[in-house]
Design a protein around this ligand. Sequence first.
Ligand code: CIR
Length: 253
Amino acid sequence: MPRLLVRRPSPLLAEGELTHLDRVPVDPALAPTQWEAYVEVFRSRGWDVIEVAPADSHPDGVFVEDAVVVFGDLAVLCRAGAESRRGEAASVGAAVEASGLRLSTIEAPGTLDGGDVLKIGRTVYVGASSRTNAAGTAQLREALAPDGWEVVAVPVSKVLHLKSGVTALPDGTVVGFPSLVDAPGAFEKFVPVPEEHGTAVVVLDSQTVLMSADAPVTAAQHRARGLDVLTVDVSEFEKLEGCVTCLSVRIRD
Ligand code: CIR
């Protein structure tokens, strides 16, 4: 059974880091409701939902994807690029270890945010962003080499993380909103999408993806390719430069 790591939103969510967006008010009641609905999509499809211990003093703690990246039975615990987020990893690491995965850790001076890591087949694209540095990427490359993963660094300057600009459909086609993507040519197959919030898909299975409700034209485009598309409203997290991918870590057996 696939497993899902999540952490419920902190009451301080509205104070989360912002890099490319201006701060707008976050609805304190709506954010937890949207989070519950997001988790329910997975639960109702048979995923085993594992809640990481709350981290209420960390506004961005809900974005668990940034704290750990899973490669088969190996979990790489990240060292956040933003100092305010460094305290999030320990509790995520504990949850991951309890799940029976092997653990490798990014150490100073390396920084790596999980949002910068996009896996397609055995290739791992890593965004060289304001959050992930060359030392972090090199440590990841070293940790993954024994398991046969190839790590490819790609530039990211227009959005927070690599996966704020591009993600991949089940067949490995990379989708992205062109004005947010530095190097579309870095990917074997790149397909532009027409909406900013259409860049993020979570692959639920080989036929089904989960997307933001704020990208209806993109959802129709994916359906026209033959995919089943589920949508959730994650507006309160999008205000903090989050998206559907960053609210969970997927552990597939
Ligand atoms: C941050 O700036 O770190 C948070 N406000 C948003 C993190 C979003 N994470 C992601 O896209 N993987």
